[in-house]
Design a protein around this ligand. Structure first.
Ligand code: AMP
Ligand code: MN
Ligand code: MN
Length: 314
């Protein structure tokens, strides 16, 4: 908090392929800092996916290319467990460590000069909420942005990280004008017809292993091309695989671009999938983790990760 207080011009960076928590935490912190009279700008390598955009003001989050001449004396990263997760935004650091790292992944590598990581926090946006409470009055705009991060990282208040505290903070944000319905509608009800076709193809090839305790599906670069989709449209597919009766570990492999496979790992009750992801160079939480594999083809990634999942459920 003191380090933030002494900063004058702050760049806030979230992870690439952003989710609602990365977007909510970046935008929330930028708003707080601006309301404290500082110059602040958010940056996310891949920009903000279109369906989140109606939920936030235009000038809060840029791509590294659209940042222009913004000069900064302090860099804060949010919701990123390691430097590589920042994607192309890493270049803005010019090889130096970020000044402040704010995060909630138990696999956080402590890559900042100052590191604040609370693995018990259900969302980084909840940490940003605490900062907001200490520094500014939380108005409707800020409440909406923070609720976006909290709602998405708790699966709209149904994952195991949903405790009474999260529900209390959500209640507080709704009292201040945030609308859960707006967030749910933007995030959950903006699927494209092509995305539905892609889902149908993925569901058709879901494969079970370890007596049904492991289930996995995949989206190859060819499937994306054939259905006219980007990898963004596969967001949430892993949840469909986890929903299967009897499954403990669910995996989704998404190949985009060819040669790169993003692996999403989920578990239902006891397997710590962040250990598997960490061993493969990624990270995450006990019940939700991910990693990026550079492999010749998607079946190489499947062949690497599925045996690790099978071993974990035995
Ligand atoms: P995802 O499967 O992409 O929804 O990600 C699930 C969780 O794992 C999130 O908490 C992510 O922040 C984390 N995660 C995903 N991909 C990576 C990665 N390449 N490196 C580190 N953490 C990741
Ligand atoms: Mn995230
Ligand atoms: Mn998060």
């Amino acid at each position: 908090m003191d380090r933030l207080g002494s900063a004058q011009r702050v760049l806030v960076i979230g992870h690439a392929s952003p989710d609602g928590d990365a977007i909510g935490s970046v935008a929330g912190l930028v708003l707080i800092l601006r309301r404290r009279g500082k110059a602040a700008m958010g940056c996310i390598a891949d920009g903000v996916p279109w369906f989140y955009r109606p939920l936030l003001e235009k000038d809060l989050i840029h791509t590294p290319e659209s940042l222009g001449e913004f000069r900064f004396d302090t860099v804060v990263t949010v919701d990123s467990s390691d430097l590589a997760r920042l994607g192309d935004a890493q270049v803005l650091l010019c090889g130096e460590a970020p000044d402040i790292v704010l995060d909630h992944h138990q696999t956080n590598q402590g890559f900042g000069r100052l590191n604040y990581c609370d693995p018990h926090s259900p969302a980084t946006a909840l940490i940003v909420y605490e900062i907001a409470k200490a520094l500014v009055a939380i108005d409707e705009e800020l409440a909406q942005i923070l609720l976006l991060g909290i709602a998405t990282d708790t699966g709209f208040f149904k994952y195991g990280n949903t405790d009474h505290r999260v529900l209390e903070v959500a209640t507080e944000l709704v009292k201040r004008g945030a609308s859960l319905q707006r967030i749910a509608s933007a995030v959950l009800e903006n699927k494209t017809p092509n995305g539905l076709k892609l889902l149908a193809r993925m569901l058709e090839i879901v494969t079970l292993a370890a007596d049904g305790k492991v289930a996995y599906g995949w989206v190859s670069a060819a499937m994306l091309a054939e259905t006219g989709c980007t990898e963004q449209e596969a967001e949430g597919f892993v949840g469909e695989v986890r929903a299967l009766h009897g499954v403990e570990v669910a995996l989704l492999f998404v190949e985009s671009p060819p040669g790169e496979v993003h692996v999403s790992l989920r578990s239902k009750s006891h397997v710590d999938v962040s250990e598997i992801a960490l061993a493969l160079g990624g990270g995450g939480h006990p019940r939700a983790a991910g990693c990026l594999l550079k492999v010749p083809g998607i079946h190489d990634a499947i062949g690497t990760v599925v045996p690790l999942a099978i071993r974990a459920v035995r």
